[in-house]
Design a protein around this ligand. Sequence first.
Ligand SMILES: Cc1cc2nc3c(=O)[nH]c(=O)nc-3n(C[C@H](O)[C@H](O)[C@H](O)COP(=O)(O)OP(=O)(O)OC[C@H]3O[C@@H](n4cnc5c(N)ncnc54)[C@H](O)[C@@H]3O)c2cc1C
Length: 425
Amino acid sequence: MDSRSLRPEILVIGAGPGGSAAARALAEAGHEVLLIDSADFPRDKTCGDGLTPMAVRTLRKMGVLAQVKAAGAQRIDYNRITGPFGLSATMAFAEYQPDYPYALVLPRLILDDVLRRYALAAGVEFRGRVRVEDIRCEGDRVMEVVASTPEGPLTLQPRHVVIAVGANMGLLKRAGFITHRPRFIRAARAYFDGVEVPPGREMYDFYFDLKLLPGYGWIFPTGGGRANIGVGVLPVPWSTRQPTHTLLDEFLERHRANGLGKAEPASPVKGYPLRIDFPATRAAGENWVIVGEAAGLVNPVTGEGIDLALESGLIAARCLHDDIRRARADHHTYQRELWDRFGPMFSGLRILRDILITPVFTDYALLLMRQHKFLTTTVMKIAQGIDPPANVFHPLFILQFFLPVTPRLIAETVGRAFARQHGAL
Ligand SMILES: Cc1cc2nc3c(=O)[nH]c(=O)nc-3n(C[C@H](O)[C@H](O)[C@H](O)COP(=O)(O)OP(=O)(O)OC[C@H]3O[C@@H](n4cnc5c(N)ncnc54)[C@H](O)[C@@H]3O)c2cc1C
């Protein structure tokens, strides 16, 4: 085959979770799939490495969960949120959402390679170090994809294209797929060794510190005393705060008492944006679809993007296969299905995020969560995109939200927060 010009049936650009999930499902459905990536694998990807209970469920559905666990994923049973004044609520996934009982953490260097190899096992062809420079369209149809490789330029003329390039906004802008200014969270993370986590108490640890708002910090254990520690800053008009090296250092210093007393950096600090602007752009055209973060699919509350990339990749593969089988003239069914799955969820999540980054509301929410199980379950499931935001209109949720928090609980939690702030706890 001439390596300067290729005509695959389906070209998938980007071998992150979204691209690999779509490629695998399309190959399983009998299509000829070429998966390309600018990187050589395995490759690192700046991320918190958290695989939420939703992601665990999707990986199980894909049939790859066993491989992910065998690759060394750390099991996570608890979720802890600490508010601006030191109040915190710890929730066991199994207690509050028994259908989604645990999460995982696995460095992306490993996860993405497991998923890519899973796609190859279904017959997908992979080429690394192929950087797409331009996607040329005529009307609403992709005609040609132009790439650079170590061997020289490569032109691809696929019949169908899945675009899964993550937060690479430059390419999407150049090719005319993005015409607006995307909204994103800015985040930075590093790995640290010497992190003390009591065995069996591994948790997703989120801190809505006063000094980080409008943002948060996280500590996600990856196993063996190592943790992925990072800070993220949400996009709000009144703040220009950046997730710098210093912000991460200060976060670490503030939380030395929370198991970070002996923490030492094990990697450089790396920053990257997270696009959260779904559904600002069209995600489908005549012979193309956009999946994952390239479609702005990152949860605006938690920063979770892996499950959304996997899920959108699977939806895209199902729609493409169906469109090809029925000889439909475009892939607009994907656009509709994507909206049905994620549209209402994103509208509700934006409201929840604005509540959570308002200090007094964060603490009130935490007080309520320590007292009311139904309310806690509802908030946790909405935040993760498991249940629709409309569930806040459930009569029991409304009752628990407006029930006065008992004075004893207020006194106890405020007292503890005060003591912690002054180093007594
Ligand atoms: C600091 C940080 C922390 C995060 N923490 C979490 C977390 O804990 N849990 C979670 O679920 N999500 C997290 N996310 C979000 C998550 O990383 C992304 O949403 C997710 O990786 C999106 O998957 P994707 O497949 O859409 O794109 P990506 O994983 O970004 O994959 C895109 C692929 O496309 C390739 N590519 C890009 N441009 C080109 C090109 N021109 N030519 C060829 N190939 C190209 C890239 O090399 C890459 O391999 C975090 C993000 C950041 C920045």
